[in-house]
Design a protein around this ligand. Structure first.
Ligand code: ATP
Ligand code: MG
Length: 481
């Protein structure tokens, strides 16, 4: 519930010792001082926040130094001279101090010319009206709301709008286009047509923004309650084509002989929302990397798409093709290349396995193989697979979900019995090399894989003696052949 607050009510929200100290120190310096931006917005949204941005007309660093000194031992000051800002950490709160500034941009440079300015100048350089409200901290105006662009009205109406002409706001700092979409997604707000059309018009400007800043916004969209809203807005304004063409490529429906396939972009973002819902229902924290796996799980479909006279549209092998796309995309998009990338790649590669189990028969050996390949990520894989059922035909959905129930139950039984999740075969490559006097070679790989397969298929017991006997027989077979 969003509602206007009186000055008295606002004062209740800033009635903390730290604000009184800032107020007193600003008055002693004879400077205007305001709390601005997200903190003010979040008061009205009833979302308490610990990040506080203070703007003063004059040096932010000087004010921060005095505030830190007054707070004494519990306070920690960091000064960023290059940026003219300073931060005070105190009792779990982070207060950022900055001098009011005026920014002027020229078209061919990303960096603005920054000069000292008034509060008005400072409010003119902000991104959205809802992020552009200030509350005065000086004693004689303590709690007064300064809202020149009617951010409060937009907050009440659920509207995203730039304070100035959107073409200027977005062209000055194109990251603001992503911020507009992120806030629309986070709060379920509507971007006003004038602002949205401007995003579409200025979309190419996003190219001057670094990958790191872009991914930061995308990650925040990914962690919203319904990230699909953000992805759909990105798609509609044309930004998606620039920042994530592989996902854009899934968009649209092709029809042949009266048969169309589903729109795989719409399907993908539905799967993503389903994953988020499943996490909430299970009381789990959102897992950003599972969300990325959901966004990327069908990327291979654009390349795998084929028309078969008998069955219609097919996407054979899209899981494998998709998994091969993950590393280059992670690299380009500045996503982390370690365990996170491997996890997403693995889930993309395996995402058809549980569903195929239903067709191929839910045999013990098939279950053991998925458990072995997925390891500790088996639960996430199952969450993804269940989320992947987006059919509108109730009967079909029920059939799949019933199958998954059986799969999950079998997994529990087999895991209890065989402990496959973190299992390693009882004889490793080094021992194989010693036993048969081999140097690292193709043969070692064949022996290793055949042992693993035999155990997973239940042809050899998971026991050292049996494994050695199996290997001896296999070795005889290869060395003779
Ligand atoms: P969050 O809840 O994500 O922290 P926020 O609105 O506080 O949201 P911040 O990135 O912390 O976002 O920025 C604080 C304030 O600084 C914003 O509310 C906005 O007024 C301003 N701001 C941040 N980034 C920009 C930008 N790129 N262009 C203009 N103003 C910005
Ligand atoms: Mg913030």
């Amino acid at each position: 519930m969003i509602r206007k607050l009186t000055r008295q009510q606002l004062i209740c929200h800033i009635n903390l010792p730290i604000f009184s100290i800032i107020s007193e120190e600003a008055d002693l310096l004879g400077r205007e001082c305001y709390v601005v931006g997200g903190f003010v917005r979040d008061i009205f949204l009833d979302r308490p926040s610990k990040d506080i941005d203070c703007v003063t007309v004059g040096s932010g660093i000087e004010l921060a130094e005095r505030v830190a000194k007054r707070l004494g031992r519990g306070a920690h000051l960091s000064v960023f001279r290059n940026f003219g800002t300073a931060q005070v950490k105190y009792r779990g709160m982070e207060v950022e101090f900055v001098g009011a500034r005026k920014e002027s941009y020229s078209h061919d440079s990303r960096k603005p010319v920054v000069e000292d300015g008034t509060l008005e100048d400072d409010q003119n350089r902000r991104d959205l009206t809802i992020n552009d409200m200030a509350i005065c901290l000086n004693r004689d105006r303590f709690g007064e709301l300064v809202d020149p662009y009617h951010g409060m009205d937009d907050l009440e109406a659920g509207l995203i709008r730039t304070p100035l002409d959107p073409d200027i706001t977005f062209s000055d700092d194109p990251l603001r286009m992503l911020r507009a979409i992120r806030f629309a997604c986070r709060f379920g707000f509507k971007i006003v047509p004038e602002t949205f059309e401007s995003i579409a018009r200025n979309r190419e400007r996003i190219k001057i923004i670094s990958g790191e800043r872009i991914i930061d916004e995308l990650n925040k969209i990914q962690l919203c309650e319904r990230p699909s809203v953000g992805w759909i807005l990105l798609q509609r304004c044309g930004l998606l084509q620039i920042i994530f063409p592989e996902l854009q490529a899934l968009s649209g429906i092709e029809t042949k002989e009266g048969r169309g396939h589903k729109d795989n972009f719409v399907h993908t973002v539905t799967v993503l929302d389903n994953v988020c819902r499943a996490e909430r229902e299970a009381g789990r924290e959102p897992n950003l990397w599972l969300h990325w796996a959901a966004v990327m799980h069908d990327l291979g479909k654009a390349r795998a798409k084929a028309w078969d006279e008998k069955i219609g549209w097919t996407f054979h092998n899209h899981d494998y093709l998709g998994s091969r796309m993950i590393l280059p995309i992670f690299r380009r998009m500045k996503l982390p290349l370690g365990a996170e990338q491997k996890y997403v790649e693995k889930l993309v590669l395996l995402h058809m396995r549980p569903i195929n189990l239903a067709d191929e028969g839910i045999t013990d050996s098939a279950i053991r193989r998925v458990l072995f390949d997925a390891g500790d990520d088996i639960d996430d894989l199952m969450t993804l697979c269940e989320a992947d059922i987006t059919s509108k035909i109730a009967e079909k959905v029920r059939r799949f979900l019933d199958n998954f129930k059986i799969v999950r139950q079998k997994m529990v039984e087999i895991e209890e019995k065989d402990r496959i999740r973190n299992w390693q075969p009882p004889v490793d490559g080094i021992e194989i090399m010693q036993r048969y006097n081999l140097s690292p070679s193709r043969e070692v790989g064949i022996l290793k894989d055949s042992l693993k397969d035999a155990i997973l298929d239940g042809l050899c017991a998971n026991d050292r003696d049996e494994a050695l006997a199996f290997l001896d027989a296999k070795w005889k077979e290869i060395s003779n052949g």
